[in-house]
Design a binder for this molecule. Sequence first.
Ligand code: HEC
Length: 129
Amino acid sequence: MSNFVIVLILVLLLAGCAPAPPMSATPTGNAERGAQIFTQGQDDTPPCLTCHQVVNGQVGFGVGPNLDGIAERAGVRVAGMTAAEYLRQSILEPQLYVVSGYRNIMYPDYRTLLTEQDIQDLIAYLLTL
Ligand code: HEC
């Protein structure tokens, strides 16, 4: 085999191993559509509003935490995670970080029922709160 062919194979192999694109840190979602999913749900998923209120300046009563101001809190919940990363994890794998004072009872199936676009739209919306 010529050196050229070997190099070519190596290049192709390396290209195949290229890291996947990073988890979206800059949201490209549509906040308006995210708000709609939040209040109405999407396909067969329960609306976030079933358990989460968004009320300014109060503790808020709900099964889940009041999400007013979550855009700021999200960035300091887990060391090393940006707000967008934390919000993504909160939706897809809520059991990985359970907010103090709450139980691990967030609806667990968003990861299978929401599309990537749905998730990005929700994150864009949450970042406006
Ligand atoms: C069945 C009730 C329920 C539904 C439906 C639900 N959540 Fe939650 N959520 C919770 C509970 C309870 C917690 C607190 C425990 C935890 O951290 O997992 C929580 C935590 C969160 C947090 C972390 C809040 C913080 O202060 O760090 C975010 C963000 C969140 N939910 C977003 C959503 C979004 C977006 C949806 C809709 C796609 C949704 N939740 C639907 C119950 C729910």
